[in-house]
Design a protein around this ligand. Structure first.
Ligand code: GLN
Length: 194
């Protein structure tokens, strides 16, 4: 069984945990550096990226998380999690440090206010069975991708909605707020398992 950590500082971490448990993974809530030990993968949930950044710093997680990823731990970020994985955050608060796990620039709150949230379906490379369900809540937009970054899903106007760079996967939406677990299955099988 794969061991998946769920960063549990703020945001929709319970929903991610439920999805990974349903797919047969062992899960562990992660709040402190020692809890990263022995993980095959980690999910950074959606929520509020400024709050998560603050708590990452208070909990001393920045360097241990980067080191664990460099040593092979796969990382999956959704929405606020995707924001934190970028090397560069447009619209960051002054004290909001990116984890810089991926060579992408990302723009916060690119899809407007909370009230503009919506659910849609997006085709996703490597996922069979048709488009995946996706909930957008004040979603970020991937603004600039480095040469090693692969686009797995894109919107109607061509903007990237899911990107991958090696053992890092970031999506602008919330698959964990739907009943569709295929993006989580993709992470387990193709990113963690790769
Ligand atoms: N707008 C939020 C942020 O900047 C992200 C929203 C989300 O995770 N649903 O952190």
């Amino acid at each position: 069984r794969k061991r998946i950590g769920v960063l549990a500082l703020q945001g929709a971490f319970r929903e991610h945990r439920r999805m990974f448990e349903g797919l047969g993974a062992d899960t562990r809530l992660v709040r402190w550096p020692a809890e990263l030990d022995g993980l095959d993968g980690l999910v950074i949930p959606g929520g509020e990226s400024t709050a998560i950044a603050k708590l990452l710093a208070i909990h001393g997680l920045y360097e241990p998380l980067r080191a664990a990823h460099a040593a092979g731990m796969a990382v999956f970020g959704t929405c606020a999690g995707a924001i934190l994985m970028a090397r560069d955050i447009e619209g960051a608060r002054p004290d909001q440090e990116p984890l810089a796990l991926m060579d992408v620039r990302i723009r916060r709150n690119a899809y407007g206010r909370q009230i503009d949230s919506f659910e849609t379906a997006v085709p996703f490379d490597g996922v069979a069975g048709g488009p995946v369900k996706a909930v957008f809540i004040r979603a970020p937009r991937f603004a600039d991708l480095g040469p090693g970054v692969q686009v797995l899903a894109a919107g109607d106007d061509g903007e990237p909605l899911a990107v991958r760079e090696g053992r890092a996967l970031a999506v602008a939406f919330h698959p964990e707020l739907t009943d569709d677990d295929r993006v989580h299955a993709y992470f387990l099988e193709s990113v963690v398992g790769a």
